[in-house]
Design a protein around this ligand. Structure first.
Ligand code: HEC
Length: 103
């Protein structure tokens, strides 16, 4: 029992320490692109953007990619899927600049 309490204490300390970093990310990325914040927090649960940042495809294809990730275990709401597809289709669309190009 004592161990459990100790473990819970460490866990909540970790959560408190992690909070400011998350808040800062939201401030930097801004509220005008909610999809970006969701992509950063959701896609990075399994891999970095190295997995998809070089890809250029339209919104429909990005939506298909998102559903492929659900097939691999991701759990997202329809609203999160819509926002992420909107963001990826706009920022990583067929006409978007190559990832290596300066922005
Ligand atoms: C539940 C874990 C998980 C999450 C969350 C996840 N992915 Fe993936 N993703 C994978 C796995 C597993 C692979 C296959 C890795 C490999 O082939 O080495 C993959 C591969 C990919 C690929 C290349 C292969 C393909 O099927 O196209 C792309 C593109 C991709 N992910 C995009 C995304 C995007 C965009 C998001 C956020 C919307 C995301 N992933 C979130 C697990 C995940």
């Amino acid at each position: 029992m004592k161990f459990l309490l100790l473990a819970a204490g460490f866990l909540s300390t970790g959560l408190i320490l992690a909070a400011p970093a998350g808040a800062q990310e939201v401030r930097e990325t801004g509220v005008q692109q909610p999809g970006r914040v969701i992509v950063l927090s959701k896609c990075f649960q399994c891999h970095t953007d190295a997995m998809f940042r070089d890809q250029r495809q339209d919104r429909r294809a990005w939506e298909a990619t998102i559903y492929r990730m659900i097939g691999r275990g991701a759990l997202w709401t329809p609203e999160e899927i819509k926002l992420m597809a909107d963001y990826l289709g706009a920022e990583y669309g067929a006409a978007a600049k190559p990832a290596a190009a300066p922005r």
